[in-house]
Design a protein around this ligand. Structure first.
Ligand code: DOR
Ligand code: ZN
Length: 332
């Protein structure tokens, strides 16, 4: 039987939610992954050390005894030096959302000029900045319009590690090579789908997310970066569960739920493109180097046997629901 192993896979962008949803989805990431960067956009944003410690406790309760590190992020606001010093050892970075751009981001940043002091502190204290990089312009142009902001930040804060989260365009891939301190995460779904899959036929609510999937040439550029083992890109699923009644309705919530199938699907896709040798770097090696982290040792074994993605996990419909994949994880 053909086997493939991954060493300490990491998900560098994950939404775990809270309450019942946390209980449902946390084990589905904690089993296949050795750790994940946990996003702070709860209904009440994680924007203080107290909230962060409570949230981390809830996550540990929900994952049981799986070997899994939740690397925590704070929701960006202006923090004092004392606040950052107090929380520095508990966080992997601070996540900046432009105000109102996506789920639970109303408390995000409205004016980038107001945040210079916090960015200066983060640069001095070596705290990475994670960014949801979209303007509020025309939906297909939002990421492209934001690239100017990334360039300004990269220039103004050359020692600040800046992660362009869930990039979706060729232009973003190209920007990576222009500034030493810019890095990126790429999701599974943005490697696979374009806007046609979302809205080209019958509307597909389970593929609707922010940033919206773009053009074939954008997807090709993302694929090329991931498959070639580009040293500045990391896997970040942006797995973002919403209950089915918030997806299959008028006013569909943005988010694609991929955590439980990400590793089998990525393995099949890298294999199909003759690039399996580069998956380890995309799924773990690059992130370890960029963030200077050492995850727990955890070997995940996949076997080449058909596996059907469940139609639902609890009240959440996953990406590729019901589809048969060529690889499955052992002990899934
Ligand atoms: O599609 C998305 N869903 N994009 C985001 O940026 C947030 C996420 C969520 O939290 O649901
Ligand atoms: Zn996200």
């Amino acid at each position: 039987m053909t086997r493939f192993t991954l060493s300490s896979p990491l998900d560098m962008h994950l939404h775990l939610r809270e309450g019942d949803m946390l209980e449902l989805v946390a084990p589905l990431s904690a089993r296949p992954f050795a750790g994940a960067v946990v996003m702070p956009n709860l209904v009440e944003p994680v924007n203080s050390r107290d909230k962060l410690v409570r949230y981390r406790e809830a996550i540990y309760d929900a994952i049981g005894d799986e070997l899994f590190i939740p690397w925590m992020t704070l929701f960006f606001r202006n923090y004092s030096e004392a606040e950052l010093a107090e929380v520095k050892d508990d966080i992997i970075g601070v996540k900046l959302y432009p105000a109102g751009i996506t789920t639970n981001s109303e408390a995000g940043v409205s004016n980038l000029h107001d945040i210079e002091s916090t960015l200066t502190l983060m640069q001095e204290m070596h705290i990475p900045l994670l960014v949801h990089g979209e303007s509020s312009g025309f939906v297909l142009d939002r990421e492209k319009e934001f690239l100017e902001v990334y360039a300004q930040l990269a220039k103004a804060y050359p020692q600040l590690t800046i992660i362009m989260e869930h990039i979706t365009t060729r232009d973003a891939v190209e920007l990576l090579d222009q500034y030493e301190n810019l890095y990126a995460t790429i999701t599974l779904h943005h490697l696979l789908i374009t806007l046609n899959d979302v809205a080209g036929g019958l509307l597909a609510p389970h593929l609707f997310c922010k940033p919206i999937a773009k053009r074939p040439e954008d997807r090709d550029a993302l694929a090329q970066a991931a498959l070639s083992g580009h040293p500045k890109v990391m896997f970040g699923s942006d797995s973002a569960p919403h209950p089915v009644h918030k997806k299959e309705c008028s006013g569909c919530a943005a988010g694609v739920f991929t955590a439980p199938l990400a590793l089998p699907m990525l393995t099949g896709w890298f294999e199909q493109h003759g690039a399996l040798d580069n998956l380890q770097d995309f799924i773990s090696g690059n992130a370890q180097r960029i963030y200077k982290i050492t995850p727990p040792e955890k070997i995940i074994t996949l076997v080449k046997e058909p596996w059907q993605v469940p139609g639902k996990y609890g009240n959440v419909v996953p990406f590729a629901a019901g589809q048969e994949l060529p690889w499955r994880m052992i002990n899934q």
